[in-house]
Design a protein around this ligand. Structure first.
Ligand SMILES: Cc1ncc(COP(=O)(O)O)c(C=O)c1O
Length: 422
């Protein structure tokens, strides 16, 4: 074991296992550079965080400018332009009917959504979906249902949380239409047999399941959920932590539909690389939060607001949502042919949330081999899916077209080679 690996495993808990042996020095654009000077194309972006890659000049300038002022203030200490500018810029992307609450991480924004939903409705129940990932703090973890190992040791979790299957066709072995019907049937069963809809505070849903394998639900799913929620006085909360900030070709993935969620949960790329999250809520719901009924020390950190604002402005100025859409289509064109292979059961994507799912028992093994082979080609990939049978691509939104196209051809070649060895 190298010296650095030994120091890591001696000083840091094994609960965050190292996935590569790379000794990273810095990042620049779409690349990470190691201490020995090798460059790696990063298609994992710190798990969908670095939307503009590394050290984007606008983001670095905003960071330096704010760092000259102050690094931290408790949000209630006094008015700060940067915090309000950022909040207004986010609201401009979702609409003036919302207000914001800033937190530090995705899981905290999910906690905020759970608390506000219970407070505003006076109801206990929360509906979530199998395969979902909403975070690891105990409230959010109660909604997460993508792996038993995330949850088992920490039971009992939050009561009154009910799960139904996400309409994931390949996972359920159904057509998209059948999968949607199955989800609809299961939710009705929950309402009939477990908790009446009048006792449900919120339905929390990822518009595209992230950790669950970049599952794009059948058309009509979100519209149906919004209708169920509206008819029953249930809050609809969309978790856009992974799918948000331009990644799918719209600023938020729910914006591919006509729904107007009651709550929008944001995180990851929101801060342009610094930790910040936000809960956007309908104004009337947010008013249920009277002074002191929720709070945070670090939420809305001014450095993260500055880098987040620079990121949002750059995405808009450079029309990176359109770029993400166009490159997503390139990815589906190049990788789509792989769906013919018996080892590949699906190639899918929306914008720059792109996935290749491998079939059967060998799927997770193939994914492990593919990640290792790609690393030999200096490409960093990340797995997803309930059995880690999926490769997810989440490159920077501003990745160069030729660079990305070349990487896609390499990945396609590796998948074809690995498949022919089976
Ligand atoms: C959809 C979704 N929600 C919530 C979270 C939790 O975010 P964090 O890890 O910042 O707490 C994640 C993290 O992967 C996520 O993908």
């Amino acid at each position: 074991m190298s010296n650095i690996a030994a120091r890591y495993s001696n000083s840091l808990a094994g609960v965050v296992p190292m996935e590569t042996t790379l000794h990273i020095r810095s990042g620049s654009g779409s690349f990470l550079e190691t201490e020995s000077g090798e460059r790696y194309l990063d298609l994992a972006t710190g798990i969908a965080v670095n939307a503009l890659g590394y050290r984007h000049p606008e983001v670095m300038a905003a960071l330096a400018e704010q760092a000259q002022r102050h690094l931290h203030l408790y949000g209630g200490t006094g008015y700060q332009d940067v915090v309000i500018d950022f909040a207004e810029a986010i609201l401009a992307t979702v609409g003036p009917q919302y207000q914001l609450f800033f937190g530090n991480s995705g899981t905290e924004a999910v906690e905020a959504a759970i608390k506000l939903s219970r407070l505003a409705t006076g109801r206990p129940g929360i509906i979530a979906f199998r395969g979902a990932f909403h975070g690891r703090t105990l409230g959010a973890l109660s909604l997460t249902a993508s792996a038993a190992r995330y949850r088992s040791a920490y039971e009992p979790l939050l009561p009154s949380v009910y799960h139904v299957d996400y309409p994931a066709p390949t996972r359920l072995g159904l057509t998209p239409n059948q999968a949607l019907q199955e989800t609809q049937r299961q939710l009705q069963t929950v309402f009939d047999n477990e908790i009446g809809p009048e006792r449900v505070a919120a339905i929390v849903v990822e518009p595209i399941q992230g950790e669950g394998g970049y599952i794009i639900p059948p058309p009509g799913f979100l519209e149906w959920l919004a209708d169920v929620a509206a008819r029953n006085g249930i809050i609809l909360a969309v978790d856009e932590v992974q799918s948000g900030i331009g990644r799918t070709g719209r600023m938020f993935a729910y914006q591919h539909t006509a729904i107007r969620p009651d709550l929008i949960i944001m995180g990851k790329a929101l801060g342009g690389g610094l930790p910040i999250s936000a809960l956007a809520g309908r104004r009337d719901l947010m008013q249920a939060w009277t002074a002191g009924t929720h709070g945070t020390t670090f939420g809305g950190n001014p450095l993260a607001c500055a880098t987040g604002l620079a990121t949002l402005r750059t995405i808009e100025k450079e029309n990176l949502t359109a770029h993400a859409s166009a490159l997503g289509n390139v990815a589906l064109d190049i990788l789509g042919a792989l769906a013919e292979l018996p080892q590949v059961c699906d190639v899918r994507g929306q914008g720059l949330m792109v996935a290749v799912e491998f079939s059967g028992e060998n799927g997770p093994g193939l994914v492990r081999q593919l990640i290792a082979k790609a690393l030999e080609e200096h490409i960093i990939l990340h797995a997803a899916g309930l059995r880690h049978e999926v490769i997810r691509l989440m490159p920077p939104l501003n990745i160069d077209r030729t660079l990305f196209t070349d990487a896609l051809h390499t990945i396609a070649r590796l998948i074809a080679e690995l498949s022919s060895n089976r």
